[in-house]
Design a protein around this ligand. Structure first.
Ligand code: HEM
Length: 551
């Protein structure tokens, strides 16, 4: 018994030992594997750190002045002031003041405020847009604005450019006038509601509504009637655009891995609403196009039908691409929606902010306001008011008003919509301003910095429209002025914007006396950049009353 017991015990003991050995071997392997992973991670981290240290202290951009910390961790992007408060442009201003016209902002990012370098980057060499713009590509859909692909851009820009030709823009005069007329009537109504006394008006909101009405009419052939509260779903447009801009502005500033972790219920809902809103407009127009073709017995893809279209607005141009001969030219429904949402936003935020900033400057500078009103009153409108319409000037009248144009230029100089600037990436190594810049460095053209540099401008921070007039004592430096950018990616809506800016300002000053509502000084100073530059609270009150001498 005892022999049997001993041998079975021995066997059991051996089995246990074997098992323990296996476990230990496995554990050893696992430990070994862990150590290998740990070593690999440390090695990778070490490689990354030493690569960054090399790039910061010895790399090709190491000779460019700037805060070292910023280069190590791309710091301006991280600063509370820059990101949470949407004031990155202030940080960039400060860095340029401290380090000069070429500043290193990050490990492979620089900012330039020198006019010759900006001209070279945006104009002469016309470098492609930087990767940053991909952040504006929702669900990967490129638009004429957000694409960084030169070929795609050339193609898309060519496709939409007929909607911006001078001839076509001329035909939009009555639409702009009728929207502006509605604005005048609305202000008159507000004054009448106040028994004819001066009334308070939020100029920021008013022009946002006007700009949406203008883009609705001219780009999409739709009456939004935002000036009177908006027809149907259009009433939600300003709020939705605000959310979209807020979110896009934030995402544009954050580094990649953080960017994908943030989401916003408001922004998602706004996107959903904007896309639905535009897709309904697109569907209706597509249906109308089909019905018209059917009625005329024409095939949708017949070139003669496409040429005969009544309006050549952006919406029609984009819809017509669906029937293009070449499959490559056909846009998918989602692309059309993205492109129309872009035009809705780009065509309204930019002009409305600029007009509102102009009115704010005018209120702060009564002498300039007086001189401008005098020029406006010199335009003879008597012959123009037919059918009880409110007399308004033609585009040609407006073009030839030097002081009005000077006031707008001066506003665009001090409040350019682009804030931190226009990022570009050279496809090959270049030398700019004596600095060797390796390919794919992000070069941020800080046009605002250039607009207020004392190297180029007399009393750069002062609002002095006179500098733009012929024979000015201290003339404007046109070479240091880039409000609409230059090169192949300049603003396609520039001429359109100029018409809207001139008419919007003219109409208010022609028919109303405007005045200051005190206590808003801090509001004007508190600027933020949510894609475009604006006042943070998005509201600025003025007083308005009917002018005694109206036409
Ligand atoms: C005061 C008014 C405006 C200003 C100051 C302005 C300024 C600019 C600037 C600086 C750019 C270049 C942006 C960049 O490179 O990132 C740009 C591009 C663009 N703008 Fe405007 N803009 C204005 C009005 C408009 C209007 C009214 C429209 C349309 C109706 C428009 C449509 C566009 C488009 C589509 C682009 C992209 C062009 C391209 O990349 O080919 N803009 N704008």
């Amino acid at each position: 018994m005892s022999v049997v017991n001993t041998s079975s015990l021995m066997r059991a003991f051996e089995a246990i030992q074997e098992h323990v050995d296996t476990v230990l071997a496995k554990l050893g392997q696992r430990e070994h594997a862990k150590n290998v992973v740990r070593a690999l991670l440390l090695g990778y981290l070490g490689y990354k750190i030493s690569k960054r240290l090399y790039l910061v202290f010895l790399g090709p951009l190491s000779h460019i002045p700037g805060p070292i910390f910023s280069s190590l961790v791309d710091v301006p992007m991280w600063m509370k002031k820059s990101v949470r408060e949407a004031k990155l442009f202030q940080t960039v201003f400060q860095l340029h003041e401290q380090y000069g016209p070429v500043v290193r902002l990050g490990v492979d990012r620089i900012s330039v405020s020198d006019k010759a370098i900006i001209k070279e980057v945006l104009g002469k060499q016309d470098f492609p847009k930087a990767e940053d713009y991909k952040r504006f590509q929702l669900e990967g859909h490129q638009t004429v604005f957000s694409t960084i692909d030169k070929n795609f851009h050339k193609h898309r820009r060519r496709a939409v450019s007929p909607a911006f030709s001078l001839r076509y823009l001329g035909s939009l005069e009555p639409f702009l006038q009728s929207c502006t007329e509605k604005m005048i009537l609305n202000i008159r109504q507000q004054i009448a509601n106040n028994r004819g006394a001066a009334t308070t008006l939020d100029i920021w909101g008013l022009y946002k509504h006007l700009a949406l009405d203008v883009i609705g009419e001219t780009a999409f052939g739709c009456e939004f009637d935002m000036i009177n509260g908006g027809i149907g779903e259009a009433g939600r447009l300003p709020g939705a655009i605000d959310h979209r801009m807020h979110f896009a502005g934030l995402r544009a500033l954050l580094p990649g891995f953080v960017r994908w972790t943030i989401s916003s219920k408001n922004a998602l809902e706004s996107d959903e609403y904007l896309f639905k809103f535009m897709s309904e407009i697109i569907e209706q127009r597509t249906e109308a196009t089909r019905a018209e073709a059917e009625q005329n017995g024409q095939a949708l893809d017949s070139p003669s039908r496409r040429k005969k279209g009544k309006r050549n607005d952006i919406l029609q141009i984009l819809i017509e691409t669906q029937f293009a001969d070449n499959e490559e030219d056909r846009l998918m429904a989602k692309d059309i929606i993205q492109e129309t949402v872009l035009f809705l936003i780009a065509g309204s935020e930019t002009t409305s902010n600029t007009i509102a900033f102009t009115i704010i400057f005018l209120i702060q500078h009564p002498k300039v306001l007086e001189a401008l009103v005098k020029e406006i009153d010199s335009v003879d409108l008597k012959q123009k008011g037919e059918d009880n319409r409110i007399p308004l000037p033609s585009f040609d009248d407006l073009k030839s008003l030097p002081y009005l144009n000077a006031v707008i230029d001066e506003t665009l100089r001090l409040r350019p919509v682009t804030g931190t600037g226009l990022p570009r990436q050279p496809p090959a190594d270049v030398v700019l301003g004596g600095y060797a810049i390796p390919k794919n460095t992000t070069i941020n053209c800080f046009t605002w910095g250039c607009h207020i540099s004392d190297k180029y401008w007399y009393k750069p921070h002062e609002f002095m429209p006179e500098r733009w007039l012929d024979g000015a004592e201290h003339p404007a430096d046109h070479d240091a002025f880039f409000p609409f950018s230059i090169g192949s990616r300049n603003c396609i809506g520039k001429n359109f914007a100029w018409m809207e800016l001139r008419l919007g300002i003219f109409a208010l000053l022609k028919y109303f006396e405007i005045g200051l509502v005190s206590g808003q000084e801090a509001i004007i100073e508190d600027l933020v950049q949510l894609v475009t530059v604006r006042i943070k609270v998005g509201k600025y009150d003025i007083t308005v009353k009917e002018r005694a001498t109206r036409a």
